[in-house]
Design a protein around this ligand. Structure first.
Ligand code: ZN
Length: 440
């Protein structure tokens, strides 16, 4: 689930045509946040310098660097490695992008979705009011992000076009949505439809199973998990501890309800278990969005990896404390989907704190890149933003955060995910061993 981005970005301007380029897509989110009006003035100045109309400038390669430079200037802190030339010379900005050799970064997007199903979502027929609210939210987000038909454009076809072809993503891990109580007894994205993504791009995708909650009956849940492995050869799980049953949620450390699932996963050879944490929006109860239930399972199932999606934001401190105070842990991960996109554009200081806290306490080998696309459309602007993002020196000094070096970004971008999903990397650097100390 994602959070209601339009409540968060009150200044976001929805246009009928939508963004024309990934640069414009990202820039519009910078403009929609609370710094938006001031960023806007800087963009106008850059457009004038470039000799372009604002409209043309917004779609140029300089738009995003200009927004980033504006953030540096407004805050007086260096959040982005960006040069003034990039901000008003689209040719220079383009060259900087192009001079980065393709394949020099190995990027695994640990958090991607398709979001349509063949029978659609028909209110009152196969979709409840609550289910419709969620579909509508994703629909709005997609439209803002350049998908004219919203969720109807979050198809298998577009998954390939936007994520695999349209961005620098090397491998995409696709995540399921369940909540079948809200969708006529069938998962919001049924596994048989998801499997098409894997069939089309077998070497560039990783398929996770999901829609499992013990509140739908434990033995039925274990049977479905087995079926996912036998029939679809899934590579892991992505679950939600909120659900649409009457109980509304469950915990990973429930010894009666959840432990049999982890024992089963272990038997089936599923090593990577992800869970939506944080972003407690809509009908989802905050209590199930807290990451504290990962504490006991990490100890009791040391051979399984547990991944907190969204980095449990805004509870990232609770997540980080699970390792900050128990540094011996080697199986607790964070993924940054939606959290990075929402904070980098709107609250850069918070973004630096979230990343800094995770990298300091979980460690640089345990934080993974993710974008929550295709809900956020083409993920390229998020990739560009992370390439340029830095943790300002004051925060590195004052909080003991590691600086965001290229070596560290390479781990977050792909090497950590490559290690746990056994992916062949395209970079010369070998995936790090989990225990290797990191020089930063
Ligand atoms: Zn998601």
């Amino acid at each position: 689930m994602e959070f209601n981005v339009f409540e968060h970005f009150k200044g976001f301007e929805r246009t009928s045509e939508g963004p024309r380029t990934p640069e414009e897509q990202g820039t519009r989110f910078f403009l929609g946040g609370h710094l938006g009006p001031r960023i806007s003035e800087h963009l106008d100045a850059s457009a004038t310098k470039a000799g372009l109309s604002r409209r043309t400038f917004l779609a140029s390669a300089s738009a995003l660097p200009a927004a980033m430079l504006a953030v540096n200037n407004i805050t007086g802190m260096r959040f982005f490695d960006v040069t003034p030339a990039e901000a008003y010379e689209p040719a220079a900005a383009k060259e900087i992008k192009v001079s980065r050799k393709p394949g020099s970064d190995f990027i695994v997007d640990a958090h991607t979705h398709i979001c349509t199903r063949k029978d659609g979502y028909i209110p009152g027929i196969n979709t409840t009011e609550r289910g419709m609210w969620f579909v509508q939210l994703l629909d709005d987000l997609g439209k803002a992000m350049g998908l004219p038909n919203g969720t109807k454009d979050m198809t298998v076809e577009n998954f390939g076009k936007l994520i695999l072809e349209g961005s620098d993503t090397s491998v995409a891990v696709f995540n399921p949505f369940g909540f079948r109580e809200d969708y006529g007894g069938k998962d919001m994205i049924p596994i048989e439809e998801q499997a098409e993504v894997k069939r089309r791009w077998p070497t560039r995708t990783v398929m996770l199973g999901g829609g499992l909650t013990p509140n739908q009956g434990l033995s039925e849940t274990l049977e479905r998990m087995t079926m996912f492995v036998e029939k679809y050869q899934i590579s892991g799980l992505k679950l939600y501890t909120f659900d649409s049953t009457k109980k509304r949620g469950w915990w990973f450390d429930d010894q009666k309800q959840a432990y049999p699932m982890w024992e089963k996963a272990r038997k089936l050879g599923l090593k990577n278990i992800g869970c939506h944490k944080g972003i407690p929006f809509g009908q989802f109860m905050a209590r199930y969005a807290h990451p504290e239930d990962l504490d006991a399972v990490c100890d009791d199932f040391p051979d399984l990896n547990f991944i907190a999606y969204h980095s449990a934001w805004p509870y990232q401190h609770e997540l980080a404390a699970l390792k900050g105070f128990k540094p011996q842990r080697k199986n607790l991960y964070a993924e940054v989907g939606s959290t990075f996109a929402a904070t980098v554009t709107n609250r850069p200081l918070e973004c630096a704190h979230v990343l800094g806290t995770l990298l300091r306490d979980l460690g640089p080998d345990y934080v993974m890149w993710g974008t929550d696309s295709a809900l956020w459309g083409n993920p390229q602007w998020q990739i560009d933003a992370f390439r340029k993002f830095r943790i300002p020196d004051q925060l590195v000094e004052g909080h003991g955060y590691p600086p965001l070096t290229d070596e560290l970004k390479a781990k977050v971008f792909g090497l950590n995910a490559a290690r746990i999903w056994n992916l062949k990397t395209t970079t010369s650097a070998a995936p790090m061993e989990p225990r290797r100390a990191v020089a930063v």
